[in-house]
Design a protein around this ligand. Sequence first.
Ligand SMILES: Cc1ncc(C[n+]2csc(CCOP(=O)(O)OP(=O)(O)O)c2C)c(N)n1
Ligand SMILES: [Mg+2]
Length: 557
Amino acid sequence: MTAMTGKQAMMEMLLAEGVKYIFGNPGTSEGPILDALEDYPDLQYVLASQEGAAMGMADGYSRATGQVSFVNLHIETGLANGLSLLHNAKEGGTPMVVTSANKDIRKLAEGRSDLSEMVRLFSKWSVEVTEPSQVPGIMRRAFTEAKTPPTGPVYVGFSANALDGMAEMQIVPSAEGYFRIPPDEMAISDATDMLVKASSPVLIVGDRLSQSGGVEEAVRLAESIGAKVYATSYSEMNFPTDHPLYFGLIGPGTPHGRSVLSENDVVIAVGTNVFPGFFYFEGHALSDETFLIHIDSAQREIGKSEPTDIGIAADPKKALQELNESIYASITGTYREEVKGRMSHIKKEGGEPESQISPSNAGDSVPDLNTLMSAEDMMQEVAKILPDDVVIADDSVTSRQAIHSAMNFNKPGSIHGERGGALGWGMGGSLGIKLAHPNRPVVAIVGDGSAMMTVQSLWTAANLDIPVVYIICNNRSYRILKLNMDVYKNEVLQEETPTSKYLAMDFPNPMPLARIAEAMGVYAKEIDSIEDIAPALTTALQLGKPAVLDISIDGSV
Ligand SMILES: Cc1ncc(C[n+]2csc(CCOP(=O)(O)OP(=O)(O)O)c2C)c(N)n1
Ligand SMILES: [Mg+2]
């Protein structure tokens, strides 16, 4: 035991946990933390000028390193600004410890906010430290909670007296953590029986598959049973996109997704919520004739809303390894021939991947921007220049499909994307990814609406000279809202002749992202013709400094 202040214990615990960066924006209440930090040069404070930028950076850093990131915001006011992207971290399962300091506990009668209550809905665990002696134990638990699957963000508040007070303390970090929880043997045997009897099995993958490092095992499973593969999200590299069995993103919660899935006799979902979707549609996603197997490290997600025949709570990689072995041991030569036939049939049928977004046929908008390049053309051009070792931060919203048409993702960690629904992830997210991979080029592809939401990230990029190349998909609109208005009118309201004025979805005054970047000291270029993309991107990648290419693209629907 050593006598120290709570704020010192906080710093010692950060070092013991292997933390390098504190992402944040401070206030008066965080003064004690910054005071203590002066004695800890190995901990770098990464200053954001808006909390959304700090949260994005921490999220990107965690996902690119696989480690718990650390955020420090200001009391309730700064913390409130961070909640939007905290929601994303919770939905996506990003391991993160978010903190802020609070007024002295003795000011209870005067009114001090209950910070842990404020953040409870947005976090995996939420608590406030009110005594210095609590600091090491609570920090240890916070890191443990964050990294234990299903991973996620936790919140710790620190009252002023806990930071300034002294106590005898022992600094012990969280345990390494062995999370490869094996599946139940009986479940593997039942799943094997169901899968080898299936005539059209389908595999659906989500981020917890890639988080477990199980993509190779998923490929092996798909190949051994001849399953078409869809991804519910591609915010992590969940399946090699050029694999002949990969059919792209699917919205299993939409009528289109439901009908695609229900044509099959067995659906096996791995590491994904079953099934995410925005709108309410009556009934279940799968028809009564379709069996569902669900493998997940997030036990609570199994059987949550969709009737499930075989639920397997386990580490996805470990469960797939055992399932593959079990299938291998039980199949016959005839089965192999059957799978071969099915595979060639799938490949023959295989056309364009399913779009995540339903095609639009509503509205009276005439594409008046014919002269502008399409997102598809833009991405083809971008793809020609991107180096092999690039990491993409994808916050491109409706341009996502164009990214996937132009580029293949075959290496784990080659792409990280927005997840959870809150706009504004990519601007900061890409900076966190770059801090995690200083020797790899990092390119953020971001919608104009999303870029504007956390445009302050450009200031951090300039201030700390973090060389991310931003490509803005400037379509002068919240285009996704138009597409979803169409879905609402066509599929939810089922209007016969749907029209919409798409109120509050257009930017008659375009978001001037290149000019904002320049004003913040970031190299920037406005681009509206396709031939300018290659030279500008080449320059931007060689610059060794942050850069913004603000590209005008067609935003019509
Ligand atoms: C914090 C937050 N505010 C508002 C929204 C609602 N919203 C969802 S997508 C979107 C528009 C995205 O626009 P943009 O980034 O330009 O991409 P595009 O749809 O044009 O491809 C909006 C406003 C949200 N998801 N999160
Ligand atoms: Mg837009």
